[in-house]
Ligand binder design. Structure first.
Ligand SMILES: *[C@@H]1O[C@H](CO)[C@@H](O)[C@H](O)[C@H]1NC(C)=O
Ligand SMILES: *[C@@H]1O[C@H](CO)[C@@H](O)[C@H](O)[C@H]1NC(C)=O
Ligand SMILES: *[C@@H]1O[C@H](CO)[C@@H](O)[C@H](O)[C@H]1NC(C)=O
Ligand SMILES: [Zn+2]
Length: 439
């Protein structure tokens, strides 16, 4: 029986196709290892860290790194991988990333968020592709390459994978940084996640802003809705709201005039207003209430003066002479143990900075002006200890898609990042220190 040319062609196609998909599945490359890591669903609210940790442990074994898993909170492990240096007396360096990610609304994605699909143009789509599973794999691939070239670090290199960063890090890095295990690492310098850059200069972050939650309450004489009188709770609260809005404007004007970046000013944004006397249809309209409350999200850059800010709040925004009270919930510190602002120097006073910068330039890369991160990461727990930390994720010519739908990273960008870390890791771990001073 003659086989029709059409059927024959279809048969050939299916053979070629199956060979191709077979080889793609079987391939074990930095890209497929990145895809494998991205396929573990570690999104909140129920991240399961078991499978990704065992994947990372396999990787560590294949590279020849020692490992330790520490559980400060049950079910929330911290994984620590180590490559011993030749001089154990020198402070070590740490490369950190987090295991978890924010949730993804699958129906709003063009590819399923945990499929790590790679398109023909090289985009790898996955929740966590930029934030921050890329660096978690790049650290390992860079070390794999350095080891295969026979590189021997002078300083010990640690890599940490921590849980719960996206929900504040309280059961992750906060507990790790406060632990004896962390202190025993004797860290001199740390690198943590940064952000993508749409342009062709790498972004680097040397500090973060500290959130304060400010709640202001006003109490005053209640009265008829028709009456004009002084010192009602609402009137007193509105006075404060106006003053706060003016302050917000002075800060925002600096940004609009190009004098400061958004993350370099004190932001003050209203989060809620609570007032009124509820009725069955809404609110009682012919009554001026005796209580009113407003909540603000405030973010202070490290150079802000917290004492001056508190004075402003106490004397202008919530003065007791206007029957106002307030609470400030400080979500972090502005100064470290020695009273210095919590920021990592990015000038000649910090030798780690110079080494990092040179290592980037050695790869042909350029660094943008160092920035303060607009939000916060686990770096804050480490900077608070007085240890210098730079936030850095080597992604240039990449749209910023953290926490967005259709988060992706291009394969070529991912691969170039491995080379960048080879340069950075080898340079930092070779730093001998300055004269007899151990930094
Ligand atoms: C997490 O995943 C592992 C398998 O990878 C499973 O054995 C375990 O029960 C899961 N844990 C929870 C709390 O769902
Ligand atoms: C403060 O509240 C009390 C009680 O409501 C009231 O008598 C007084 O006039 C208020 N003072 C001011 C300045 O609002
Ligand atoms: C680096 O910056 C810090 C803080 O602004 C400053 O105190 C120090 O003098 C600077 N060092 C150099 C070498 O410019
Ligand atoms: Zn992140």
């Amino acid at each position: 029986m003659a086989v029709s040319p059409l059927l024959w062609t279809l048969f050939l196609f299916s053979v070629i196709f199956s060979i191709q998909s077979y080889s793609e599945e079987e391939e074990d490359t930095p890209i497929t290892r990145f895809q494998q890591y991205l396929r573990f669903n570690t999104a909140h609210p129920n991240p399961n860290y078991t499978a990704p940790i065992s994947f990372l442990l396999d990787q560590a074994r294949s590279i020849g790194l020692t490992s330790r898993t520490i559980e400060f909170v049950h079910g929330k492990p911290v994984l620590l991988l180590t490559w011993l240096g030749s001089n154990l007396n020198l402070p070590s360096i740490l490369f950190n990333s987090h295991l978890d990610s924010v949730p993804a609304e699958s129906e709003k994605w063009i590819h399923p968020p945990f499929s790590a699909q790679r398109t023909v143009d090289g985009h790898i789509y996955a929740r966590g592709a930029q934030d921050d599973k890329c660096i978690g794999v790049q650290y390992l691939e860079a070390i794999r390459n350095l080891k295969s070239r026979g590189f021997v670090p002078l300083r010990t290199i640690h890599i940490s994978y921590v849980p719960e960063e996206e929900i504040g890090g309280f059961d992750g890095m906060m507990k790790f940084a406060a632990s004896l295990e962390f202190r025993e690492l004797n860290l001199g310098f740390v690198m943590d996640e940064g952000q993508a850059s749409p342009g062709d200069e790498f972004r680097v972050f040397y500090a973060e802003r500290t959130p304060w939650h400010l709640v202001i309450r006003a109490e005053g004489i209640p009265g008829h809705g028709a009456k004009l009188y002084d010192n009602s709770a609402m009137e007193n609260l509105m006075k404060s709201v106006e003053l706060i809005s003016k302050f917000r404007e002075t800060q925002f004007d600096l940004v609009k005039a190009g004098k400061a970046a958004n993350s370099e000013v004190i932001s003050v944004n209203p989060a809620y207003l609570k007032a009124g006397t509820p009725s069955t249809t809404g609110f009682v309209m012919n009554m001026q209430p005796s209580e009113a409350e407003v909540g603000y999200d405030i973010r202070l850059p490290p150079m802000a003066d917290p004492v001056a800010m508190k004075k402003r709040i106490a004397e202008e925004w919530a003065p007791s002479i206007r029957n106002m009270t307030y609470t400030i919930e400080e979500k972090g510190k502005l100064a470290d143990q020695l009273g210095r602002p919590i920021m990592t120097l990015t000038n000649g006073s910090n030798p780690w900075w110079s080494i990092f910068k040179q290592a980037i330039e050695a790869t042909g890369g350029k660094l943008a002006k160092p920035e303060i991160l607009i939000s916060s990461t686990d770096s804050r727990f480490i900077r608070t200890l007085g240890i210098p930390v730079l936030g850095f994720s080597p992604m240039i010519n990449t749209p910023i898609l953290v926490h967005d739908h259709n988060e992706f990273l291009k394969d070529t960008v991912f691969m170039k990042g491995i080379g960048v870390y080879e340069s950075v890791i080898s340079a930092l771990s070779s730093f001998e220190g300055i004269s007899d001073q151990v930094i």
